[in-house]
Design a protein around this ligand. Sequence first.
Ligand code: NAG
Length: 393
Amino acid sequence: MATTVFSKLSKIFFLFAIYCALDPFKHSSISKYPDFQTFKIDMPPLSSLPKERDHENLLQNSEIKFLNEVQGPESIAFDPLGRGPYTGVADGRILFWDGTRWTDFAYTSNNRSELCDTKSSLLAYLKNEHICGRPLGLRFHKRTGDLYVADAYFGIMKVGPEGGLATSLTTEGDGVPLRFTNDLDVDDEGNVYFTDSSSVFQRRNFMHLIVSGEDTGRVLKYNPETKETTTLLRNLQFPNGLSLGKDGSFFIFCEGSIGRLRKYWLKGEKAGTSEVVALLHGFPDNIRTNKDGDFWVAVHCHRNIFTHVMAHHPNVRKFFLKLPITVKFQYLLQVGGWPHAVAVKYSKDGKVLKVLEDKQGKVVKAVSEIEEKDGKLWMGSVLMSFIAVYDLP
Ligand SMILES: *[C@@H]1O[C@H](CO)[C@@H](O)[C@H](O)[C@H]1NC(C)=O
């Protein structure tokens, strides 16, 4: 045990040393935020994390689809007729696979220009996201066929089945502007439940948000009758994925920094209250419900001793952020070592039902969302330029 931890740490530091040597002057500066602060993250002890692992690395059996045709496909959705997938990509477009090719379906920015057509690295898109838009969570309304979009910069939007420019539903909640709208779900009446990951940091400064551990994240509700947006929960550290339960009596969302699933009751005697239902293996992203009412949670990496120490020592995190290394390497350091995808299926009560991994990150390095459809898992990621498809046995 001690030796494996040691070898992991030495691997990290070895790579770190090489990276510093090769790439010393690309500062991920914190000077933009003179008041930048880091906070303790109350991460549960490693011993309490789920024990279930996938020692067969089953995710390595995934098929890589659409390689280099989609950049950073975070969320994946199929319309009520089963067509798709639809996905939001790094340049701000929402694309539709019509069975033979990708077409532009919709977009969220009314101010797109050649700026949005950068064809370089995934990280290069970050620079213009606030102009081009960045569609994250996507959901179809089953009856109307409208597509609901959580755009990281433009808030909650909606676009009809014919696509085009999405219209804004809300950009604030209780008077506080949405800063990093992340994921959403919509019920039959058109109520939208969604997460705003931070009131301070935008997505293009996600590294600051991760390092900071600040708690201005919220879970909100948009009511289509009153057109009002209200805050259901506040003071959350990086809330991320959100999904309604099959019967609509609750939703479950991820608390990113701490790494756990929380259930919020909408109906019944516990309505308006919430409870922690599960701890997660690592740093979570989106959640999607399958036809049985179970939840697939996308997790980046496993927590290890290193991430644990970082969580409890805000000053160490701040020190690392000041190091002259690229965002890419910051991410490895701060999120937890070697990138590898973990897909975990939870019951509605938070029991682990299945774990699928690619520990070496050989095929699926990262995963942002897992959408189950007809016995297949469709996996997108903001860090990949393909969609991975896994056949369930
Ligand atoms: C529109 O985009 C241009 C860059 O292409 C930017 O300079 C300008 O501020 C944007 N306008 C608005 C209203 O966002």
